[in-house]
Structure formats: structure tokens, C-alpha cells
Design a protein around this ligand. Structure first.
Ligand SMILES: Cc1ncc(C[n+]2csc(CCOP(=O)(O)OP(=O)(O)O)c2C)c(N)n1
Ligand SMILES: [Mg+2]
Length: 562
């Protein structure tokens, strides 16, 4: 709409501004604090997914940001709505995902009295957003929403919170929409690329690590071509496996939690590490042990879209402020050396990766999660989307699933439990024809399992696999290692998750033997409904290579020795 259809409410201006920016989906839990926005939704072309808890709505918006590179949108009510949603904000922050959360606020004349559900959003969200603000003047809605899009999506992406005083939303105003935001693709300069080529040519054992956000299909394809032409090994960092085809001959594996020890050895032994897009944070750097801080022991090149990230932890020999996609595309102009000294290392690294991820280890119990992941990787299409939250079950996803296509992995580098189910629903709303699978732990699932109702309500036929070991397994594992035999607050008594699915109106099935999984999965798919496949996992099968009993014994033996 333009100024000639004047005197829209600020809420209408706001929703129109979203539409101008290409938004087609928004996720919300309603609240009386933003009734005028709900009313503006009524006759506008925006698909609204009504959720059961704001944490779910925020994660759905974050997952949309991850999938598209454009800000995902959620609306929540003041106070408790905003604090419930904060998990999604924190994930968007740590995962560098663009999202905008709009939140209700008390009327302007009441502010500062601690009115009903009042929060100071700038203070509450200040340290976990790129920007937290409040709109006081309806005439500034287009300006502030436009800025929110630019801030959320450009540089290092992240979350923006915009608070909306209730009385501001109902004011009428004659104001034109702002044009849509412009994605800014920072590209490397020629000097950057020359210097990079020089450092690479001098190297004997280069290693490329890719991660972060601001990749694209074209950027990933360019990265693969570069790896082939230069014969270099490329590893993906924690939960960014989808950036490089795992079956590509230059793929060196996944540098995350519990990585292939041969991969970490390769990184440590490299004389040149090129980190493209990521931050090499605690998980990726194995507790900041891989690369010396602040002065890396090897030549270190860091390419990042956020200039503030360059030199933040590692002082790089060469810092390049560019989006990873633009950097990868710019490598097309470089010529590989005639006879690189590192020839053969990429093949060797790939063989090590294949050997590590090929065959599931034996684990106690009737259901082997590794074998299930192998079945999924052999049977799902390349474009199937895999979502998971946090817990030991995820170790099998990272080790055995082979991502082959950009934007098929949705998992929080922020390590937030409860991510998989809402992420899957958010994604499925955008891509109804794609297979979308969520893999959850029993603890993980019930942190946002209520959103299964949202899936049923909107016909989002996600396939949820619940790996039920009756434990907050990760914590139990740490407990056995640090306080052997002293079990405290880590056991769970669970519902029948298949029955849970059915009471919500979806499809549910229980699997007690690995061999029954394929039929159960196919039945879930053919049901056409949101589905839960409940896997009964032996609690002893705590990692692909360790049992709880062995961790406890080792810890006790260490104590006796000590
Ligand atoms: C929101 C949130 N709360 C708590 C934790 C700490 N935490 C990490 S893993 C874990 C247990 C996960 O249990 P489950 O989902 O059952 O997976 P399992 O480890 O048993 O495979 C906990 C409590 C977390 N990462 N995120
Ligand atoms: Mg568990």
C-alpha cells in the first residue's frame, strides 16, 4: 500500500511492511497486547502459524531464517511471551540466523511503572540480539522495520527484537511503505584473494573449515569446485554438515562434538587453516584446544561476513571480510598450482571420513540408532531436511547421516534442547513437498513436543523420531564420568510417545527392534500425517562407542589410581 490509501493503523503499516519485504509466513502465539496486529493479519496475504508456546514460534522463525537466509518472523506477547521466546532468540544469536521477533508492549503512557507484563526489552534482549528496540511513533514503523530487516540479515546475521506499545499499534497514520531491504553481499577484494593465493601456494598441509551462515546453493557449489580444482580437504564445522556434500571426494568430515580423532589430528597438523564463514567456537575448536589463542600456531585465514568477528578470538594472518558465498565464488578466478605439495591429502582425509561414518558400531539393546541413521541416509532423498535438538542421540546423526545438499540440516549450534520438532514444523510449512524429519531425544522432545499439535492443526506432516532412553542421557554421561555411580536428577519416566502422537490426531508407532524401523518409517510416511516413531533405546547405549557402565568403571578406576 502507498500513501494514497492513507490512514492505516500502525499495525497495518507494520504487516504491509513485512509483505513488502517478501514475508509469506509468520509464527505466533497471540496476546491481547498486539490485537491490532492480529486484526491486520485478518485480510492480508500472510500465512500465520499459531503455536502452543512462544519458544516453538521463535524456533520456527529461526529455522526459516536458517533455511532461506532471510529473516524469519515471529510475534509474541509481552512479558511471559517474550521470555518464553528467548530460547529462539539465543539460538538465532549463536547460530547467526536472521530473525525478527515482534513483541507486544504496554501502552506508552504506562511505561516505566512495571505495568502488567511490562519488560524493558532493550535491557532484557540487549546482549542476545543485534538490536532490541521499541517503536514509539507510528510514522516510523516503515523506517524501523526496514532497519530491522537490514540488521537481521546483513553482516553476521542474528536476531532483532522490536517492541510494539499497544496504543501505538492502533494509531492511524498516513505513511508510505519503505522499499524492501537489500541483502548486502560483501565480497573479497583483489588484494585479499592475491594474499590468500600466496599463503595457499606456500602451504604443504592446508585444511579448509567451513561453517556459519550466509552461504547459498551457488556458494556451496563454488566451494566444491574450488576444493576439486585445488585438491584441498574441506571439513564442515559443528552442525553445518549440509554446506558440503559428504560424498564429495574432498570431504574430510564433521568437526563438532565427538569428531573423528583423525580429523582433529589433521586440523592440528595443518600448516594452513582457512576458516570460511564460522567462528570456530568452543564446540568446533574442541574446547578452544585446536588453535592457539590469540596467535594461531599455523597460518590462519579467516573469512567472515561480520567484520567484528575478525580478530575477536583468533588473530588471523589474513582476515577477509566477505560472505562465505562471495568468497567461494571469488575463488573461481584463482589458478591452482601445477603440482600442489598437498596432493593426495584430500583423498586420504575423505577415506578416513568414510571409514569413520560407514558402519554403525555395535551397541547394547534392540534398537541401534546408528543403523537407523544409516538406513535414513541410504533411503532419504538428497533434499530431505533433517532437524535435531541437543542430546547424546545427536551424536549418531552427526556421525552417520551424510548431508548432500545445502539447507538440509537444521540443528542448533547453540545446543538448545527442544529445537528439532518446532524447526521441522517451521520448515515443513515453507516446503510442504519435502521430506522433513526431526530426530529428538526423550528429554529433548518434551521441551517443545506440544508443537506436535501445531503440526496436526496445519497439516504439516513432519516425521519425528524420538530416541527414548529414559534419561537426560548427556548429563548422565557427564555425571558418571565426574561423579561415578551417584545418579542425580537425570532419570526420566516417559509417556508412550506413539500414543501421544495419536491423541493429538497424528500417526504413532513404536519400534523395539532395529529391523522394524524401515516398515515403521514407511508407514509413518504413507499415513500423510504428522508422525512420531518412538524408538526404545537401551540406556546403556550412551554414545556410539561407550556404555554408561564403562564410563563409570573408568571413572572409578581413575579415582582408585589417584
Ligand atoms: C534447553 C536446554 N536445557 C538443558 C540443556 C542441558 N542438556 C544438554 S543435553 C541434555 C539431556 C538430553 O536428553 P535427551 O534429549 O533425552 O537426549 P539423550 O542425551 O538422552 O540422548 C541436557 C539436559 C540444554 N542443552 N538445553
Ligand atoms: Mg534421553
Amino acid at each position: 500500500m502507498t500513501a494514497k490509501h492513507n490512514m492505516r493503523t500502525a499495525a497495518e503499516v507494520l504487516v504491509d511492511q513485512l509483505i513488502v519485504n517478501g514475508v509469506r509466513h509468520a509464527f505466533c502465539v497471540p496476546g491481547e497486547s498486539y490485537l491490532a496486529v492480529l486484526d491486520a493479519f485478518h485480510d492480508r496475504n500472510l500465512a500465520i502459524t499459531v503455536c502452543r508456546q512462544e519458544g516453538g514460534a521463535a524456533i520456527m522463525a529461526e529455522a526459516v531464517g536458517k533455511a532461506t537466509g532471510r529473516p524469519g518472523i515471529c510475534f509474541v506477547t509481552r512479558g511471559p511471551g517474550a521470555t518464553n521466546a528467548s530460547c529462539g532468540i539465543h539460538i538465532a544469536h549463536q547460530d547467526s540466523s536472521p530473525m525478527i521477533m515482534f513483541v507486544g508492549q504496554v501502552a506508552r503512557r504506562m511505561r516505566g511503572r512495571e505495568a502488567f507484563q511490562e519488560l524493558d526489552y532493550r535491557a532484557v534482549f540487549g546482549s542476545m540480539t543485534k538490536w532490541a528496540t521499541e517503536i514509539d511513533d507510528p510514522a516510523r514503523v516503515p523506517e524501523i522495520v526496514s532497519r530491522a530487516f537490514h540488521m537481521a540479515a546483513n553482516g553476521r546475521p542474528g536476531p532483532v527484537v522490536v517492541a510494539l506499545p499497544e496504543d501505538m499499534l492502533t494509531e492511524r497514520v498516513a505513511i508510505a511503505d519503505a522499499p524492501p531491504y537489500q541483502p548486502v553481499e560483501t565480497a573479497p577484494g583483489r588484494d585479499d584473494m592475491d594474499e590468500f593465493a600466496t599463503l595457499l601456494a606456500k602451504s604443504e598441509r592446508p585444511m579448509f573449515l567451513i561453517g556459519g551462515s550466509r552461504w547459498s546453493e551457488a556458494g556451496c557449489a563454488a566451494m566444491a569446485r574450488f576444493a576439486e580444482r585445488f585438491a584441498v580437504p574441506v571439513a564442515t564445522t559443528f552442525r553445518r554438515g549440509h554446506l558440503f556434500n559428504a560424498l564429495h571426494p574432498n570431504y574430510a568430515g564433521d568437526l563438532g562434538i565427538g569428531p573423528n580423532p583423525k580429523l582433529t589430528a589433521r586440523v592440528k597438523g595443518a600448516d594452513l587453516v582457512v576458516l570460511i564463514g564460522g567462528r570456530l567456537s568452543e564446540m568446533q575448536s574442541q574446547g578452544y584446544t585446536l588453535i592457539d589463542i590469540p596467535s594461531p600456531q599455523m597460518t590462519f585465514v579467516h573469512v567472515h561476513p561480520g567484520v567484528e568477528e575478525l580478530g575477536r578470538v583468533y588473530r588471523p594472518h589474513l582476515a577477509i571480510n566477505a560472505t562465505p558465498a562471495a568468497f567461494a565464488i571469488a575463488t573461481a578466478a584463482l589458478d591452482p598450482p601445477a603440482n600442489p605439495r598437498w596432493r593426495g591429502t584430500a583423498e586420504a582425509a575423505h577415506d578416513e571420513y568414510l571409514a569413520y561414518s560407514e558402519k554403525p558400531t555395535d551397541v547394547p539393546g534392540g534398537v541401534n540408532l546408528g543403523a537407523i541413521l544409516v538406513w535414513l541416509r541410504d533411503n532419504l532423498r538428497d533434499d530431505a531436511m533433517m532437524c535435531n535438538g541437543a542430546g547424546n542421540f545427536a551424536a549418531w546423526v552427526h556421525r552417520y547421516y551424510r548431508f548432500r545438499k545445502f539447507a538440509t540440516q537444521f540443528a542448533p549450534t547453540a545446543g538448545s534442547m527442544g529445537y528439532g520438532v518446532p524447526a521441522a514444523i517451521g520448515i515443513k510449512r515453507l516446503y510442504p513437498d519435502r521430506t522433513v524429519v526431526a530426530i529428538s531425544g526423550d528429554g529433548d522432545f518434551l521441551m517443545n513436543g506440544q508443537e506436535f499439535a501445531t503440526a496436526v492443526q496445519f497439516g504439516a506432516a513432519v516425521l519425528v523420531i524420538v530416541a527414548d532412553n529414559g534419561l537426560y542421557g548427556t548429563i548422565r554421561m557427564h555425571q558418571e564420568r565426574e561423579y561415578p555411580g551417584r545418579i542425580s536428577a537425570t532419570q526420566l519416566r516417559n509417556p508412550d510417545f506413539a500414543a501421544y502422537a495419536r491423541t493429538f490426531g497424528g500417526f504413532g508407532v513404536t519400534v523395539e527392534k532395529t529391523a522394524d524401523f524401515p516398515a515403521a518409517f514407511r508407514a509413518a510416511e504413507t499415513s500423510g500425517q504428522p508422525a512420531i516413531i518412538h524408538l526404545k533405546i537401551d540406556p546403556e547405549a550412551i554414545t556410539p562407542t561407550q556404555t554408561l557402565a564403562r564410563i563409570r568403571e573408568t571413572a572409578l578406576a581413575r579415582r582408585h589410581d589417584g
